[in-house]
Design a protein around this ligand. Structure first.
Ligand SMILES: O=C(O)CCC(=O)C(=O)O
Ligand SMILES: [Fe+2]
Length: 420
């Protein structure tokens, strides 16, 4: 055999070895036993009440890396949770009423989207706000304007600490909305999420991954509503953290989010065209998150998960969902007529200024009256890099002879694909 043939043989044997290793791992990994143990130990959960900030942040970052999710227990102090929960329930009514009024206007005007030039305002029972992008239709205000008490907790340093470590130093909250999971009704109709006809039996699921890894991208083939999705197979990089703030206790019977541990690293996807996964059926090793009211569940948007389709606890599950992104992710360039989605719902200047100071940087991009510049840690990095450029130039001017050997210790290997 010549060298080329030998290299090809090495590559093919290495590929075969890798496949055999994966098969072995699959056949020896008992997903159900693994998840049973994870549920028993709650090794994904870290208490804001009893652990130091470093312990919570390190623990969460490790859990996100390993399982694809984590929980910070009791992040909202227990004497505050009930008031936040009541505020969110009241906000839910207001937001639904506003959305209904907007839809009525759309129906009456026969257009696809509302327009501020119609003189619509609160007097008509319609709240709309200008968005940052020119010539894009207005949207309902960001849900945060109806939840000032909740807003005081949203930029909690434990949460921002985890998000900065996993994503980047400049963060943006790209979406924020309330997610109720009703309990069974006295008339016997089953509680849960979504239309009753689509809740199925207790073993039914609704598996998906979240934006920007949501394959149907909210709008499917509708260019005005498609919010974009990363192409499969997803790069192994966290791009968005989904935070679900539970304001009621959750477990298997009271609206804990479904999740498949480890799925954030999977090449397959529940909605993948040729991945052979039934989105509505259980998956071996799936589990429901358990957490006390006031806790926040944080997941990598690539994790396979589902809203609970059933809630037999006798009380509604109340939660607020937010999607946190690094500065470099294009959070609102698409789905311009998606008046019903929660993508980058805007803030007026007064609403922005009324936010807690620590929350403002995370939502500044939502206010068209604010210049949304990069935040300090990102500027600091650029400053340090600039110093390196200057020091190179100085060396070039002051000691040109040193350049020929200055980088001799730097060797950049070219990695064959199978070793990457
Ligand atoms: O309701 C839940 O627990 C999950 C919510 C969810 O999947 C989402 O908002 O993307
Ligand atoms: Fe989701």
């Amino acid at each position: 055999m010549n060298t080329d043939e030998l290299q090809a043989r090495v590559r093919s044997l290495e590929k075969e070895l890798q496949e055999a290793r994966e098969l072995l791992a699959q056949s020896t990994h008992d997903a159900e036993a693994f998840t049973r143990e994870l549920c028993r130990t709650r090794a994904f959960a870290f208490s804001a009440e009893t652990l130091s900030a470093d312990e919570v942040i390190d623990g969460c970052v490790g859990s996100l890396d390993r399982y694809g999710f984590c929980v910070i227990d009791n992040l909202i102090p227990s004497d505050e949770v009930a008031a936040v929960c009541e505020e969110v329930k009241a906000a839910h009514v207001t937001i639904e009423r506003n959305m209904k009024a907007i839809k009525d206007v759309i129906r009456l005007t026969g257009r696809e989207e509302p327009s501020l030039s119609d003189g619509l305002n609160a007097a008509d029972g319609v709240e709309l706000r200008r968005v940052r992008r020119v010539n894009h239709p207005p949207k309902p205000p960001n849900d945060i304007v109806w939840m000032p008490r909740y807003a005081r907790h949203l930029a909690n340093p434990l949460v921002t600490g985890v998000a900065c470590r996993v994503l980047d130093d400049h963060l943006r909250i790209g979406q924020l909305h309330i997610r109720m999971v009703e309990t069974d009704k006295p008339d016997g109709s089953p509680g849960g999420f979504g239309p009753v006809s689509r809740r199925g039996r207790s073993d039914a699921r609704g598996w998906h991954t979240d934006w920007p890894h949501d394959l149907s991208a909210y709008g499917n083939r509708d260019a005005g509503r498609n919010a974009g999705c990363i192409r499969l197979p997803f790069p192994d990089l966290p791009m968005c953290l989904v935070m679900i703030w539970y304001l009621t206790d959750v477990d298997a019977s009271s609206g804990g989010t479904w999740v498949v541990p480890g799925s954030h690293r999977e090449k397959r996807n529940p909605r993948g065209h040729s991945d052979g996964i039934t989105t509505s059926a259980p998956i071996p090793g799936d589990m429901q998150v358990t957490a006390p009211a006031g806790s926040v569940y944080i997941q990598d948007s690539r994790s396979w998960h589902a809203s609970p389709l059933h809630n037999s606890s006798g009380r509604d599950r109340v939660a607020v969902v937010n999607r946190w992104c690094p500065w470099w992710l294009s959070v609102d360039d698409y789905a311009p007529v998606g008046v019903e989605n929660a993508i980058c719902r805007p803030l007026s200047h007064d609403e922005y200024r009324a936010l807690p100071v620590e929350l403002q940087p995370l939502m500044r991009h939502l206010c068209p009256d604010e210049q949304d510049t990069l935040q300090l840690p990102v500027l600091d990095r650029a400053w340090i890099a600039h110093q390196r450029t200057l020091s190179g130039l100085r060396q070039m001017e002051e000691n040109p002879d040193s350049l020929s050997e200055a980088n001799a210790h730097i060797c950049v290997p070219v990695m064959p694909a199978e070793q990457r």
